[in-house]
Design a protein around this ligand. Structure first.
Ligand code: AMP
Length: 430
């Protein structure tokens, strides 16, 4: 089979240099298909999951597009819309990597960060604006931003936006834009997203990368059966038995994230928590610590962990069976990235059986059971997550994150939605 090269895609020399420096040798299938179309100015619908290399597939052609023209004050030239703040921050980081030899200005407009700083950046003029929907509309309604110069609009993780109730926001944003090019990425194509594409995209080319019901073959998947009350001990035993260096542990609710976080911390594990009620600063600090390896366990909710890209993550542990079976695919997709091997475990209590059956149905297969008393696979070579003496980690920057008091419970009038302050339009109190 002929291997496609980045040079053949028609990208400019500065972009190719950055790609070479980051060490990518060949484009992933989504990149090979989407980049030439976007460079031609076509609208694109891409059915692709995180882990497919989709972020570069829109950033790289955008870099080319931006070389024509300059940014004016308060008028961004391109708009990338993401469902969560974490994902938006990650796209910003990717942009910095791929765009390092260009001189474009990027601003992040996300809930949970101060309006003042974001306004100042906007006032100077930005080439790329990366946003979550609620904050963009807030800024627009305050008259701090003009959308008449947007040439490219990227809607990322559209199906997730749908789950989070953001579609009316997206429709409003799309209707505020001048004629522009659109790229829409989604792991699945439920009818409301299909309608959105029919309403707003012009003669789009559709690319499908892999079926959303397929999980990557390089992820070993297991279920571990047990009672709900025993799961915390199961987690400790599993980490030790499987010799896991770093893992993300998914819980279904914020409350449960706090409980597991407290338990693991109490037992000396270097642990961080990630959910929608934590301030943006805390979330950023925890993510940074996890990526740098100063914490080993990240206890997270789905909303907060969507799209997280942690290099070389060995394992994902589902502390609960996700209620929405597509979340299972997204959760375990945090491991086994860029072709590496990963492991995914899921704790299943008797009352979660019915959700497990739904996952089997979505995957069209069952998942092997792992009995903690008998190891199934050889231990990974890397050192296991070991409980650390709290005194020894006290000097570490992450220990600040560990030692921080638990997030305050929101006041009872705050809806329990887990989006931080970036909540969908229909839930916002006017
Ligand atoms: P994404 O689907 O955008 O979340 O990307 C998944 C991962 O693949 C990220 O860690 C990227 O750095 C990596 N990646 C993206 N493109 C390539 C490529 N062409 N070759 C190798 N790794 C890549």
């Amino acid at each position: 089979m002929k291997v496609m090269s980045f040079e053949k895609l028609g990208l400019n020399a500065k972009t190719l240099q950055a790609i070479a420096e980051v060490g990518y040798e060949t484009p992933t299938p989504i990149q090979a298909q989407a980049i030439p179309l976007l460079l031609e100015g076509r609208d694109v619908i891409a059915l692709a999951q995180t882990g497919s290399g989709k972020t570069a597939s829109f950033i790289l052609p955008l870099l080319d597009l931006l070389t024509r023209g300059r940014a004016k004050a308060r008028m961004p030239r391109s708009l990338i819309i993401e469902p969560t703040r974490e994902l938006a921050a990650q796209v910003e980081q990717d942009f910095a990597v791929y765009g390092k030899h260009h001189n474009f200005t990027v601003a992040l407009l996300i809930g949970g960060e101060s309006f003042g700083d974001q306004e100042k950046k906007l006032a100077k003029g930005v080439d790329v604006l990366i946003v979550t929907p609620g904050r963009l509309l807030d800024m627009y309604d305050r008259g701090k931003i003009l959308l008449n110069d947007v040439k490219m609009f990227v809607i990322d993780e559209a199906d997730r936006m749908l789950d989070m109730g953001f579609i009316p926001d997206i429709e409003r944003i799309a209707s505020l834009l001048p004629p522009h090019q659109t790229a829409l990425f989604s792991a699945t194509m439920p009818p409301p997203i299909r309608r959105l594409t029919q309403q707003f995209l012009k003669n789009p080319e559709e690319i499908t990368i892999s079926s959303p019901t397929q999980t990557a073959t390089n992820i070993e998947q297991y279920i571990v059966r047990g009672l709900e009350k025993d799961k915390r001990d199961l987690l400790r035993t599993l980490l030790e038995k499987q010799n896991l260096k770093q893992a993300i542990v998914f819980c279904n609710r914020k409350r449960e994230v706090d409980v597991v976080f407290n338990f693991m911390r109490k037992h000396g594990f270097r642990t961080g928590a990630l959910h929608g009620d934590l301030t943006q600063a805390m979330r950023n600090e925890t993510l940074k610590a996890f990526k740098e390896g100063t914490i080993d366990l990240l206890i997270a909710s789905d909303v907060a962990a969507r799209g997280l890209d942690v290099e070389d993550l060995q394992a994902v542990i589902n502390f609960h069976v996700p209620i929405n079976s597509e979340d299972y695919i997204h959760r375990i997709g945090r491991t086994g990235r860029a072709g590496k091997l990963g492991k995914a475990f899921m704790f299943v209590s008797p009352h979660e059986e019915k959700h497990l059956q739904l996952i089997f149905k979505t995957l069209n297969k069952t998942i092997e059971e792992y009995h903690l008393s008998q190891p199934v696979t050889e231990s990974l070579e890397k050192k296991a997550v070991q409980p650390k003496k709290s005194s020894s980690s006290a000097k570490h920057p992450a220990s600040k994150a560990e030692a921080r008091p638990l997030p305050m419970k929101p006041p009872s009038s705050t809806p329990e939605v887990g989006f931080g302050d970036d909540i969908p339009a229909f839930m916002r109190v006017k």
